[in-house]
Ligand binder design. Structure first.
Ligand code: SF4
Length: 326
């Protein structure tokens, strides 16, 4: 397979599969019979992304409409879910459903999840917890999402509100799309050569997330012939996804940008080199956003006609049309 064919194969990767709280995309499943539609999230459903809606409370058998529920920390220390007015105990039904649903989702090949904030079922963090006397206590995760995240520690999970933050949104979609590319790389009759090519394109994305994992993955690929196909696949996929759980920082990006610039500089005019070096310093000192440096690097990559840098997913971690503007 030549490089063009391989890149084509990468671009037509299968759709990213994202579980999402159904009320966020317009399902009228909330306690009051309404939805809380976020149009940009509903619009994610596209040729690039498949949304998989769920509603833990309705799927667990609660009615629409229903009384609101809340997390309550009992004197025993255990946290349960109770009706806000009736005090009816919904803990068992929601916990049981969550365990069954999380197990069934593991068969659905998820790449990421977007959950409704503040919900006692779907909230990812800082969900209000009450004491039996009605006072508030240390916040917690929703019943369903806590189990989802515990069973899938490498899954990219975010709440709808946090996705309005550009950095968090880019990080979330980068992880989701990288995970899908990874799975696609190991689907069907993959060969060692395919995987080496895949790794070559993902190298700087991995370095931007975690240098230790990046080096370990490099060693793994270097010794690919020493493994059985299944052993290699398991170790590579786990380590790759572990790398993505580490957040890129300014200094990690700076390191990667310097590396990539190193491949280009011999082909660039002196004024272009000077401009980019100055931009790197301004980026490191937080005067310039990453997006500006990245756009300039892409232009310089085209000017230098450097296919190696051009093929790095670090420069194009996901299709822009796949995500939304806040
Ligand atoms: S349980 Fe989750 S999906 Fe269902 S209404 Fe509440 S927040 Fe929305």
């Amino acid at each position: 397979m030549d490089r063009k064919t391989r890149q084509y194969k990468r671009l037509v990767a299968s759709r990213v599969r994202i579980a999402i709280s159904g009320c966020l995309i317009g399902a009228k499943v909330r306690y009051n019979g309404e939805h809380c539609l976020k149009k940009p999230l509903a619009a994610l459903s596209s040729e690039h992304i498949e949304l998989i809606p769920l509603c833990p409370e309705v799927e667990a058998g609660l009615s629409v409409p229903r009384e609101p529920i809340r997390l309550v920390r009992l004197e025993t220390g255990k946290t349960g879910v109770f009706g806000s007015n009736s005090k009816h105990d919904y803990t068992t039904v929601l916990e049981k459903y969550s365990e069954t649903k999380v197990a069934s989702l593991s068969q659905m090949d998820l790449d990421a999840a977007i959950m409704k904030s503040k919900s006692p079922s779907c909230g990812m963090e800082r969900v209000k917890v009450y004491l039996e006397n009605g006072h508030t206590d240390v916040p917690a995760q929703g019943v369903f999402t806590s189990r989802l995240m515990k069973a899938n520690p490498l899954l990219a999970v975010e709440e709808e509100g946090r996705l309005n933050d550009l950095g968090l949104r880019e990080s979330f979609f980068t992880r989701a799309f990288a995970t899908r590319r990874l799975k696609d790389a190991f689907t069907g009759d993959w060969t060692r050569r395919d995987v080496m090519e895949f790794h070559r394109q993902e190298k700087f994305l991995l370095l931007a997330h975690d240098e230790a994992c990046y080096r370990e993955l490099g060693r793994l690929v270097g010794h690919i012939c020493d493994f059985t196909a299944d052993d290699f696949k398991t170790q590579y996929m786990n380590l790759f996804q572990l790398a993505l759980t580490h957040k890129p920082t300014v200094s990690k990006h700076y390191n990667v940008l310097q590396h990539l610039y190193g491949f280009l500089k011999s082909s660039l005019a002196p004024n272009a080199k000077l401009l980019f070096r100055e931009m790197l310093v301004e980026f490191k000192e937080l005067f310039l956003p990453l997006s500006v440096v990245m756009s300039t690097l892409k232009v310089l990559t085209k000017q230098a006609e450097c296919g190696y840098v051009d093929s790095q997913t670090y420069l194009n971690p996901f299709p822009r049309v796949a995500t939304f503007k806040a």
